[in-house]
Design a binder for this molecule. Structure first.
Ligand SMILES: [Fe+2]
Ligand SMILES: [Fe+2]
Length: 197
């Protein structure tokens, strides 16, 4: 369930979205903070271009700022918070969402956006889809600069096209390294394909 438009934003969401302040429990090194700010800048630009109301612009900026808030936390602590036996690299999103929920954040679309920003998920709302895109497309990443620049240039309007490309690139990489593929990523891909049928 999404939080209704009239509900006040949680103080942690306000602080992250409006003032760029992370919770005191965040563990995010300074180089990572630069990535987080680039992700947030993309999300804020897209939210403005889409003409979203101020409240959603704050939520989108908060999604960017909070998504990697526990990226540099101790894996054992993350595993406990996320209640998962998955690989270390997939723990920080679910752990951060669990921590925010424990702090009283009830915005399910925002929580899922943060929890699933690495794998994608068929139930992602707009904020989650655009966070997934921004995390991959922010200009500071070294790989595929031209492809990623082209995808940034078609956003925010061509959401589905960009999502198919990014999920496709990430799936192709997993196949190339013969890595496992998260079932939610496959379900996300299938939902995007079915949207066009
Ligand atoms: Fe992340
Ligand atoms: Fe990230």
């Amino acid at each position: 369930m999404s939080v209704s438009p009239g509900t006040a934003l949680h103080p942690l969401v306000q602080a992250a979205g409006r003032e760029g302040r992370l919770p005191e429990w965040a563990r995010c090194r300074s180089a990572r903070r630069e990535h987080v700010e680039r992700v947030t800048a993309l999300l804020s630009a897209w939210a403005e271009e889409l003409g979203l109301p101020e409240r959603d612009r704050v939520r989108w900026a908060a999604a960017g700022r909070l998504h990697d808030a526990l990226r540099d936390a101790d894996p054992e602590q993350l595993r406990e918070l996320a209640d998962s036996d998955g690989p270390d690299s997939l723990l920080h999103g679910p752990a951060c969402a669990a921590r925010l929920r424990a702090e009283g954040v009830e915005d399910e679309d925002l929580l899922r956006a943060i929890a699933c920003h690495t794998t994608g998920h068929p139930g992602l709302a707009d904020v989650g889809e655009y966070l997934y895109l921004a995390d991959f497309l922010e200009p500071g990443r070294p790989y595929l600069p031209e492809v990623r620049e082209r995808l940034r240039s078609i956003l925010p309007s061509e959401r589905r096209e960009a999502l198919l490309s990014v999920v496709g690139l990430r799936l192709a990489h997993r196949l190339e390294v013969r890595g496992s593929i998260h079932p939610e990523t496959v379900a996300f891909w299938n939902r995007l394909v079915e949207e066009g049928e």
